[in-house]
Design a protein around this ligand. Sequence first.
Ligand code: PMT
Length: 403
Amino acid sequence: MLAGKKIILGVSGSIAAYKSALIVRGLVRAGAEVKVLMTQAAADFITPLTLSTLSRNPVTSSVHTDESWNNHVELGLWADAYLIAPATATTLAKLAHGICDSALVAVYLSARCPVFFAPAMDVDMWRHPATRTNVERLQSFGNHLIDVEEGELASGLTGAGRLAEPEHILQHLADYFAEAANRTSLQDLAGRRVLITAGPTHEDLDPVRYLGNRSTGKMGIALAEAAAARGARVELILGPTSLTTTQAGVTVVPVRSAREMYAEAVDRWPESTDAILCAAVADYRPATVAPEKIKKGDGELTVAMVRNPDIAAELGRGKRPGQRVVGFALETENGLENARRKLIDKSLDFIVLNSPRTPGAGFGHDTNQITLVDRNKVTPFELKTKRAVADDILDRLADNPTP
Ligand code: PMT
């Protein structure tokens, strides 16, 4: 799976840096093209000459030399994957906070490819809350952790903190590319017409103000792109957000308010086979929209609110045999109980439970952590990129083909 892949290897200054030679050799033997970036500290442990000889490419350590500037943006766009191994505690902190003092971090910030990081450090450094927080932060950006292994450490202590063995790191990358290739060839939603709601809704108060929420549309857009990649025709009814998609197979229907979203969804539902309702729809709207900007007064302002229509409940009610409706439940407490209630009340086939209280999950993040809940089963998943979460949801949808 690694043949023909373009891989950047970022090496930082750890005693485990000697293993980077084995990683480069393994990648090259598997047919990958490898370019190496090193921090200054890494050069204390392994020479650039070793890594340039093994990779058959020059090694870069600084964003510029005395004579020229190294184009980190170009390198970031060139790669199919960026592997940072070993990643020291310092490098993890710099990556997590965008401290761009080396080519290794500059390329990380410019890279559009998947990023894998394999930490290496002493057991207590690995356990320290600062390191844990940095690792979680990097994962919440959608980067892939290749976990440390246990054993004897350079300090003489024994425990977790060793760089994963080079063959495990190579296997991790190969598995990733194999799964990505499977997904691309998977056309299990061909012939399906999937309606997806996504993003927030804005409920106007007056000509300049509205009530909204923090949804960015990322989760729904990931679902739309993943469903189209698997062969579905997708209509994405998207609330007001700066994000969108131009992926083939996805028709974007922009809307603003809950009532507009409802009207578009209800109109399209008879022609659809499936609906995935990911939007954060306002349950209430101001009873009246002031025709002019509301002026500041001395006292409090009370706004009367009325209920918005419930799109999920309406589609669930009007389901024909074979049509499926999937809802989301965004819960801050009693998640399972509330999700089950929504599943029944809205006649959903299954519901995707997520919580804004889980680090890296919910609004705005590139990652999410979900639990799929249906009448008989509760299936929790780990924190993943929203695209990978979308595929988990679609796997469940595809499990139950439309008759
Ligand atoms: O957009 P992102 O920034 O990526 O964030 C993703 C997300 C957090 C918005 C998403 O993962 C999510 O949880 N969406 C559902 C948010 C929500 O409003 O949940 P709820 O528990 O209030 O609603 C339950 C279900 O009913 C949802 O499927 C919702 O779309 C639907 N609903 C709710 C009210 C309404 N009037 N009509 C509806 O269809």
